[in-house]
Design a binder for this molecule. Structure first.
Ligand code: PHE
Length: 450
């Protein structure tokens, strides 16, 4: 009995870690750190994780496990009125928006994998050459569109076939492999001349560079990387048995996710500072820097292939987890078959993702307030909708539903957690009822005013 529940908690942790670890850790984390304040940004981000991310994470999983439904169903059941039901639907829409632009970016990675597999690494002799490749490939309409389509096709096929084993295998074996490979790339990066400047940038906070924008970006990023605020963890919580401890299932996910981001940061910034790249050069940062490490290693071609392959797998396990709540919504609420729901959701994500895929080429100059379509959708969801989704979850758990119920459900499966650690209940009370909602609200208001 005990062993069975242990196994299923590990299953949850693996699935949640597969969802959490993805492009946001490896591709986005380094470039937002580079653009929004280096070490000081990282500290704010870590504070957001502990003070806000963890309570929101637990709230979502508790709500999901209790209602065992899609996000809209969960909010309707536990919120008990129309406003909460509508909020749940809004969360499903956020998930859909994320799935569309996430796939456009994942298409870049898939495209890189294809290019490296077919034409070798010779183009990546220097960072300038790597940057030229990035600009050339993402500048091609056919290239970005076809890999966006191919990526969604792969995800839809997996969602359709429901190859649970395959996904589990990916999460169980390939994620640890990604971890080991990242450590190896970091070591290689640390051996480059001037690498210590990269470490200093990452780990010596300079508070003077921090702006209100940095704080909202750190908050949005901490939610995005943990797959919060858009229904994924609510849906995954529904698969967790009442015999399992939610805190023990969630804390390792947070730790692993953070570790992968920090490693990606070290891998990228040792190169950036070694060759004098601009840390704030934006979404191309990883693509312009890491190739230098690959071309400096004997057998670098294989390492690069393996790296991009693992990042594609990480992106697939994440994309599936963003689409699943949307699919579950149509299956539960509209009684669609899985096949119909997956086909329509994937087609819609493809269609809505087209302008994002074209934002580096055909629609590069079509801007609103200086932002391309991709920038607009990604910043609107990451910096506004996702934090709002997280806020709704803690408000529902801590206030509408009530802390005593939240606590009773959280305690289920934890075996005397609260009697052993007396400080846990007050910590969660403050976290779920006060700090998380208050800080999210404050950051959102400060951002609106700035
Ligand atoms: N957390 C994933 C990543 O880091 C992205 C994601 C967001 C996945 C939301 C699911 C839901 O790449």
């Amino acid at each position: 009995m005990a062993r069975e529940s242990w196994q299923s908690r590990i299953g949850f942790t693996m699935a949640a870690a597969g969802s959490a670890v993805g492009l946001i850790n490896i591709w986005r984390f380094p470039y937002v750190v580079g653009a929004y304040g280096g070490g000081a940004f990282i500290l704010v981000y870590l504070m957001c994780l502990v003070l806000i991310g963890l309570p929101v994470f637990l709230a979502e999983v508790v709500l999901g496990r209790t209602a065992a439904s899609n996000p809209a169903g969960t909010f309707r059941k536990l919120g008990g009125n129309r406003a909460w039901a509508a909020t749940g639907k809004g969360i499903v829409i956020t998930g859909f928006l994320v799935s569309s632009f996430y796939s456009a970016i994942a298409g870049w990675i898939l495209g890189y994998l294809y290019e490296i597999a077919t034409s070798g690494l010779s183009q990546f002799g220097s960072c300038a050459a790597a940057a030229a490749c990035f600009a050339q490939w993402t500048g091609s309409t056919g290239w970005t569109l076809s890999f966006h389509a191919l990526f969604l096709l792969i995800c839809a096929a997996i969602l359709l076939l429901g190859v649970k084993r395959g996904i589990e295998w990916g999460n169980k074996f390939l994620m640890p492999l990604l971890f080991v490979l990242l450590i190896f790339i970091c070591i290689k990066g640390l051996m480059l001349p001037g690498a210590s400047k990269g470490l200093a940038f990452l780990f010596t906070p300079d508070w003077s560079v921090l702006t209100p924008t940095s704080i909202i970006i750190a908050l949005g990023h901490s939610f995005f990387t943990l797959s919060l605020g858009q229904g994924t963890m609510i849906t995954y919580g529904g698969y967790l048995s009442r015999k399992d401890s939610i805190p023990l299932g969630c804390v390792p996910v947070l730790a692993f996710d953070t570790l992968i981001s920090l490693l990606a940061g070290i891998a990228v910034f040792t190169v950036v500072f070694s060759v004098g790249l601009e840390p704030s050069s934006g979404p191309s940062l990883m693509f312009n820097s890491l190739p230098l490490v690959f071309s400096s290693i004997p057998g670098g071609h294989l390492v690069a292939l393996l790296f991009f392959f693992l990042v594609v797998i990480a992106a697939i396990t994440s994309e599936i987890s963003v689409l699943e709540p949307v699919v579950a919504y149509f299956m539960d609420e509209k009684k669609w078959s899985r096949r119909k729901a997956v086909t329509i959701c994937a087609l819609a994500a493809f269609a809505f993702g087209i302008p994002s895929a074209l934002s580096t080429n055909l629609m590069r100059d079509a801007t609103w307030m200086g932002l391309t379509f991709f920038d607009l959708v990604s910043s609107f969801t990451t910096n506004l909708l996702i934090p709002l989704g997280g806020l709704a979850a803690v408000l529902l758990a801590g206030w509408r539903w009530g802390f005593h119920r939240f606590w009773a459900h959280l305690e289920e499966g934890t075996a005397h957690m609260a009697t052993r650690y007396h400080w846990l209940k007050p910590y969660f009370w403050v976290g779920v009822k006060v700090t998380a909602p208050l800080l999210i609200l404050l950051v959102l208001i400060a951002n609106l005013l700035s």
